[in-house]
Design a protein. Structure first.
Length: 593
């Protein structure tokens, strides 16, 4: 570790010459052998004693990551073993997942809680986190951890309110809930909103950021990298459906946590001063920043916790599809709680590396290169194969989930709902497989658009923050307020489409660019609530048109009677484990508020 410190923390003077260039390139980009690192240390000391310095532009050129990255046979073998394991697990799990729509889209409703928990984590993390979220943490510090640690309020909404209603109605998709609550047009409108999000935001983002990683580490052509990811993730997803997706996600989730924590530990030991130096001081050392912070005000973090994360966990087909696939209500809820606890090491894996990179070198030209920079400078020979497997696994887990969810919506809510209402299960499965291929094709073609934004993570957050606020308003009123009308629901759902236009107007014209994006999200959420309430009161639906099963009531807090047969031990209590989760995060926020 001393070698890395010497290479990365030496005080660079950019005012003079370039004679350090070759030495820094050798130190920072060559494969590290920590057993013999002391020989490099003396070389760096010699350079510093001779007063050899480099220009700032040369320093950035040196850290344009990945130009000399080479894998040894052990690392190549590790990576190939991982790919073989993914293909084997995906095709094995999906082999019997094509007999019916329940099998293909919901894994036959047989998923246990631990698979759901790891699948939620693996699907929520992809290359945009390892690139964009790490980049934001490099810029702003610990406050970016809120994206992983401030999700428990949204998980509580899902556990105690939304999920019981969904499972009670045995729905296949979240738009199906709106169809039962407000009619076919409402469900189809939301399905279109979701597909627009997945096709324009999520899938292109994952493909572009994944290609960005492969380009920075392997110097691979970006377009080629995009198509490799499409073929790799699309094969087992299109073949096996949700069963393949969930069990592959279990494998990838384990690798993600193990590999991510290993990178975190190596990074902390590489920083002079250890963990306190990584945490830093001032605003960088706090989870909540002042209300006038230009990017991450505490008011905006509340919007992230309740509006964005509320949608993400409670009404997003991409995430809730795992919970709908649970073998029991208890398994669905406990999977969400497991995901909540896994968020603790998850932040250390996908947020804190940005803080580590800043502690090692606060002068990177592009914040989004922070994670590739860590891999190139810190990860020892022999271990990089696992790290690359972790990165590719995170990408593939998100891709497979998005493709499966998008094809589910297109098949069940659009095709069966409007085009071929009498289609057989086998016909629907085939349609879903074919549509999955076209979904990947469109996403690959749209992916380069992501590169127009200054930050990968910023692109994701701006799109999600504005487009999801009206949707969350509709669901909150739909599930809790009996008088929410069909006309109001459909109108506010359509309100989500122009929100996506605002994102591009902010980026390319500067309109409303002075308003913090998360505060704007909260404002749009409140306006949507007010609009829906006013419309519902002015034009109410007939009382007899409301299905009471689509509304939340306190009895749904209890597990079904069939799951409470005999004595139910306290250590299996959902309330107990959620209270433990909240207490854990209360301690974290008390320490780093």
């Amino acid at each position: 570790m001393k070698v890395v410190r010497a290479c990365c923390l030496a005080p660079f003077d950019f005012a003079q010459g370039t004679r350090w260039l070759k030495v820094v390139r050798a130190c920072c980009l060559a494969p590290f052998d920590f057993a013999q690192g002391t020989r490099w240390l003396s070389g760096v000391k010699a350079c510093r004693l001779n007063g050899v310095k480099t220009r700032e532009s040369d320093f950035y050129t040196v850290h344009h990551i990945g130009k000399s990255m080479k894998l040894n046979l052990l690392e190549i073998g590790t990576f190939i073993l991982y790919l073989a394991a993914v293909i084997f697990v995906g095709f094995s799990a999906g082999r019997k997942g094509k007999q019916s729509t329940s099998d293909f889209f919901l894994a036959g409703r047989r998923l246990p809680w631990f698979v759901i928990g790891f699948s939620l984590i693996a699907s929520s993390i992809s290359s945009e986190q390892f690139i964009g979220e790490v980049g934001w943490a490099y810029r702003y510090g610990m406050a970016v951890s809120n994206w992983e640690w401030l999700v428990w309020p949204a998980q509580g909404l899902l556990l105690f309110f939304f999920l019981p209603v969904y499972l009670h109605n045995k729905i296949f998709t979240i738009p199906e809930y709106l169809t039962r609550r407000f009619g076919r047009l409402a469900g189809s409108t939301f399905a279109l909103v979701c597909m627009a999000q997945y096709l324009v935001i999520n899938l292109p983002l994952v493909l572009y950021s994944g290609a960005f990683v492969l380009n920075k580490i392997f110097n691979m052509n970006m377009v080629l990298a995009i198509w490799i990811l499409v073929l790799a993730a699309g094969s087992y997803t299109i073949f096996g459906g949700m069963s393949a997706v969930a069990w592959v996600d279990l494998l990838n989730g384990l690798i993600l946590i193990i590999g991510g924590l290993a990178v975190f530990i190596i990074g902390v030991f590489a920083v002079d001063g250890g963990l306190p130096a990584v945490i830093g001081s001032g605003e960088r050392a706090h989870l909540m920043l002042p209300a006038d912070h230009p990017e991450l005000p505490w008011t905006g973090m509340l919007a992230v916790a309740l509006v964005m994360s509320g949608y993400y966990y409670s009404t997003n087909q991409f995430m809730t599809q795992r919970c709908l696939s649970a073998r029991s209500v208890w398994d669905g809820k406990m999977g969400v709680i497991l995901a909540g606890f896994l968020a603790i090491p998850l932040a250390l894996s996908v947020t804190w590396p940005g803080m580590i990179a800043y502690a090692l070198n606060p002068h990177l030209a592009e914040a989004d290169t922070a994670y590739p920079y860590l891999i190139s400078t810190l990860i020892p020979v022999g271990f990089r194969g696992l790290v690359f497997a972790m990165l590719i696994g995170a990408i593939m887990s998100t891709l497979d989930s998005l493709v499966n969810s998008t094809s589910s919506l297109l098949t069940l809510d659009i095709y069966k709902g409007h085009i071929n209402k009498q289609a057989s299960d086998r016909h629907l499965v085939i349609f879903a497989q074919i549509s999955g291929g076209f979904i990947l094709l469109f996403s690959a073609l749209w992916a380069p658009m992501v590169g127009r934004f200054s930050s990968i993570f910023a692109y994701a957050q701006e799109c999600w923050a504005l487009m999801l606020a009206p949707v969350m308003a509709v669901f909150v009123l739909a599930i809790f307020w009996k008088r929410m009308s069909r006309r109001a629901a459909i109108s506010v759902l359509f309100f989500a489409f122009p929100m996506l236009l605002i994102v591009f107007l902010r980026q390319f014209t500067g309109i409303m660019a002075h308003i913090n994006i998360f505060n704007l999200s909260a404002l749009i959420f409140l306006i949507s609530l007010l609009l829906a309430v006013c419309m519902s009161l002015l034009r109410p639906d007939p009382e007899n048109n409301i299905d009471s099963n689509t509304l939340w009531h306190p009895d749904l807090l209890k597990l079904p009677a069939a799951e409470r047969v005999g004595r139910f031990p306290w250590w299996k209590s959902i309330e107990f484990w959620f209270a433990a989760l909240v207490l854990t995060f209360a301690v974290i926020y008390a320490v780093w508020w």
